[in-house]
Design a protein around this ligand. Structure first.
Ligand SMILES: [Zn+2]
Length: 179
């Protein structure tokens, strides 16, 4: 038995009632492709690192440095997340240093450019705001003014892909994409 993936749990029923017919008649994929025609060329971990650093330099210059940024094909399957940010403490030269990492699910390699931007903005915002609260989403919207639309459309896109929904996607509108 497979569980019905639900990336849309928690959005207002009226909103979902608008998109359900588009899912059922098969026109949603075309609409999303028209709305997000732009692919990206961020295919490697090195390119992703540069991409994240550029956004960070533009919007979050004062946030702590990132030690690593990488695509992770195990993220969805094993950690049931689409992106993660971690801070590992390690001793270096007799000092305790924080090593920050951002990982992005491999599915974003083939996603439209706007969706990659959405997950990068999400994980960057976590450098400053840990919880998925008002301050967190304000920061997301500062970096990507249409953040909420992007997240909703990305969830529609994932729904069409029919992949298992990560457990970390909770039942609330605009909920977290990562633990
Ligand atoms: Zn998150």
């Amino acid at each position: 038995m497979s569980r019905t993936p639900d990336y849309l749990a928690g959005y207002p029923p009226a909103l979902l009632a608008q998109v359900r017919p588009l899912i059922e008649d098969g026109s949603l994929g075309e609409r999303l492709a028209r709305r997000y025609p732009e692919a990206h060329t961020v295919r490697s971990d090195g390119a992703l690192y540069e991409h994240v650093q550029a956004l960070k330099a533009r919007h979050m210059r004062s946030s702590p440095p990132l030690a690593k940024v990488a695509y992770d094909s195990a993220l969805q399957r094993i950690h049931q997340a689409l992106g993660t940010h971690t801070t590992a403490a390690r001793v270096q030269g007799g000092q305790l240093k924080a090593k920050r990492e951002i990982r992005v699910a491999a599915v974003f390699k083939e996603a439209p450019a706007a969706f990659l931007q959405m997950i990068v903005v999400h994980e960057l915002a976590h450098l400053k705001e840990r919880a998925h609260d008002k301050a967190f989403y304000a920061l997301c919207c500062h970096m990507a003014p249409d953040y909420h639309q992007l997240e909703f459309d990305f969830r529609l896109w994932m729904t069409l892909r029919g992949r298992p929904a990560p457990a970390a996607l909770p039942g609330q509108a605009g909920g977290p994409l990562s633990p």
